[in-house]
Design a protein around this ligand. Structure first.
Ligand SMILES: [Zn+2]
Length: 272
């Protein structure tokens, strides 16, 4: 009698545990066919007083994630290749694109050597007004200003095959600007970056994802000369259902483990 009661309690505990596990790690979602675009910001250890700690991925974690992609032989493609595959309607069942927002100097110091080691090419979305200085748009009360990539570092990364895209002139929220001002942010950053890079800039990333889901802003991107644009909605870009000017991305957060990473790149989501 006593033993049956103990068994019952153990079963309830096991049931609660698996429910909790399945809510936190959504292993039960079905794998999706298409391209997972990873979104990173800063690679390094956050300043102690930072209120944005989850935008920092530790160098060890980043290296482990890249090693995982290589070990599992998951194809890592560039935006240039993705665009070509979309045009030819030959998007693979499974592929990953690695992207970094804002253009922090720690991307050069911490991520670039790892990317080179694994032979991966990544995209870096630059805020043209902040190249070589700090992230001025940023409220220093949430986190001290961070150093941004210099033109020399950008050139070196470009020579190694890295891609660069536009993340506007000054990282304003495009939904809070007049259409004219939003258009300047989108269109003017392109030639400024092309001057630095010496080649066309084809891909655009909306700061905060703002504008990707606002037709009045979104419709400005194609006429400005971009081929694709990325937002921040968390999902895989399913084959045949891609929104070319609001491609979905997967935020890689600093507090996630390798199981989260696996769920993200296969399902597009790791939690409820
Ligand atoms: Zn940004």
């Amino acid at each position: 009698m006593r033993r049956r009661k103990t068994l019952k309690i153990l079963l309830i505990i096991a049931g609660l545990f698996s429910l909790g596990f399945s809510a936190r790690w959504n292993w039960w979602r079905l794998p999706k066919k298409g391209v997972a675009i990873l979104m990173y910001h800063k690679i390094g250890l956050p300043p102690q007083n930072s209120k944005l700690k989850n935008l920092w991925v530790s160098p060890e974690k980043f290296a482990r994630q890249m090693r995982y992609l290589q070990k599992k032989a998951i194809p890592v493609i560039t935006f240039a290749e993705y665009y070509q595959l979309l045009q030819e309607k030959r998007v693979p069942v499974k592929a990953v694109i690695i992207s970094f927002d804002d253009g922090y100097q720690d991307n050069y110091i911490e991520a670039f050597p790892v990317l080179k080691k694994y032979g991966f090419k990544a995209m870096f979305f630059l805020v043209s007004d902040t190249i070589g200085i700090v992230n001025q748009w940023h409220n220093p009360a949430t986190e001290p200003h961070q150093k941004m990539l210099s033109p020399e570092q950008i050139k070196e990364m470009q020579a190694a095959g890295m891609e660069f895209g536009s993340h506007t002139l000054s990282h304003l929220n495009l939904n809070e600007l007049s259409i004219e001002a939003a258009n300047i942010q989108i269109a003017k950053s392109k030639p400024v970056l092309e001057q630095v890079l010496g080649k066309p800039v084809d891909i655009f990333a909306y700061p905060y994802g703002a504008g990707a889901y606002n037709p009045a802003v979104k419709q400005l991107v194609k006429p400005a000369g971009y081929k694709l644009a990325v937002g921040i909605k968390q999902a895989i870009n399913m084959r045949g259902q891609e929104d070319l000017f609001a491609l979905k991305r997967i935020t890689v957060r600093g507090d996630e483990n390798l199981f989260d990473f696996y769920l993200q790149i296969t399902r597009g989501k790791n939690r409820l």
